[in-house]
Every structure is written in C-alpha cells, then in structure tokens.
Ligand binder design. Structure first.
Ligand code: SAM
Length: 220
C-alpha cells in the first residue's frame, strides 16, 4: 500500500471539499492539549458523514463515542435549527472537552452529551421512546454487535446506521482473531450481513487514517 499517496490524495480532497474551519481546527488542537488519544475520524470522513446526514434529511442523530466532538460537529452541522444530536461518551474528560468544542462551534443548543457506558445509556434512550434518523457507532469495538442491536431498536424505516473501524487494516480477514476489538467488529460484520431488516454495505477506507472501513446500513 502506498500510504504517502493515500495521504496526499486525502489532503487534496480535504482542501477541495472538506476544509476545516476555526472550530474544527480548535477541536483537533484540544485533543493534543488535553492528552486525549488522536482517534477521531478524518476531515474527509467528517464531510462524508455530513453528506449522509443531509441525504437522509436527518433531524435526530445519535452518536456512540464522542471523544472531543470532532465527528459530532461535522454531523450536527447538517441538522436544521430544531434538530438534535445526542452523543454518548464514557470518559468524563472527553465529554468536558467535547462540550467546550461544541459550544465554540455554536452547536450547544442542538448537541447533548450523555456521560456513561453506552451499553447502559442506550436502554435509557429506548425508555424515552427516542428514535433517530441517523446513528453513528464509533466507541469501544468489543460490543459493536450489541450497539447495532440497540441502534435497530432506536430506528425507523429509512434510518441510516453507520459503524466505523470495521476493517481494522484487514485484520477482519482472520477467522478467529486474538484481538478482542477485531473479534468485536468480526461479530458485528456477521450480524450486519445476517440482519434482514437492513440493506447494508461496507466501504473500505484509505487516506490520512490507517486502512479501515465503514459499514453503512439503511433500515428497510
Ligand atoms: N467519534 C469520535 C470522532 O470521530 O471525533 C471518535 C470516538 S473515539 C474513536 C471512541 C470514543 O468512545 C472515546 O472517546 C472513548 O472514550 C469512548 N468510549 C469507549 N468505550 C465507551 C463506552 N463503553 N461507552 C461510551 N463511550 C465509550
């Protein structure tokens, strides 16, 4: 693989159609400043999610895994003024930094961050009868299949469910992976393929980030 070429093309794409404004640049800087791992999606992926949110005319978006709010900002910008994005985050520091970044981006009126384990917070959303137009899964990989099952419960016909990091540099080709994260996405990919309620695809990604992939499913 020619990683240098992939990065150069990713930069070309970002310069053309996904330039970061001050709020996004400040969000990237906040990650380093607070010693948070640099594991947010890339700008071109952020723009891709924004296009998907527009495509499905999203008014309500759910995100599982906020980090510093980088992907949150990209997606929330596709929402109308009366839209809502709920993002679930386990780490209090990440949630605090994300809240600052979201405020700076002027999105605090439509974004709500809930702190806790996603597996505990998802049933609460169901109890509140919340239904989303788009759901982005990007937290710990081991329970991806469970997150997908909850996403289905929180969906309607036409909801887009997207899950990041489902290729893991090709490690998903291992039949019985030792790495629990790879095993988690393995289980998720199999469940996705077997779920009749969705029409799904997986897109392989190269670029600024390592070789990976995003699963995209629309609820039938
Ligand atoms: N979506 C973010 C972005 O692109 O800007 C990146 C999210 S990062 C890959 C994963 C996040 O999920 C981290 O902030 C991590 O603390 C959080 N996380 C890990 N385990 C979690 C759990 N059980 N419940 C909720 N969040 C969790």
């Amino acid at each position: 693989m020619n990683q240098q070429l992939f990065e150069a093309v990713d930069n070309y794409i970002c310069d053309l159609v996904a330039p970061e404004d001050d709020a996004l640049k400040a969000t990237v800087e906040s990650i380093e400043k607070n010693g948070i791992p640099q594991i947010s999606i890339s700008a071109s992926q952020g723009k891709f999610l924004q296009v998907l949110a527009k495509l499905c005319n999203a008014k309500k978006i759910l995100e599982v895994g906020t980090l510093a709010g980088y992907s949150t900002i990209w997606m929330a910008r596709a929402l109308p003024k009366d839209g809502k994005l709920i993002s679930l985050e386990y780490e209090q520091l990440h949630a605090d930094v994300a809240r600052e970044n979201i405020k700076r981006a002027g999105l605090d009126n439509i974004v709500e961050i809930r702190v806790g384990k996603a597996i505990d917070l998802l049933p609460e959303l169901a109890k509140e009868n919340m239904v989303f137009d788009m759901i982005f899964i990007d937290a710990d990989k081991e329970p991806y299949a469970e997150y997908f099952q909850w996403a289905l419960k929180l969906s309607h016909s036409g909801t887009l469910i997207i899950a990041d990091n489902v290729i893991r540099e090709g490690k998903v080709l291992e039949e019985n992976p030792d790495d629990e994260r790879v095993a988690g996405v393995h289980r998720f990919n199999k469940l996705l393929a077997a779920t009749k309620e969705v029409t799904a695809c997986i897109i392989q990604n190269v670029g600024a980030k390592e070789h990976d992939g995003m699963a995209i499913a629309v609820v039938n």
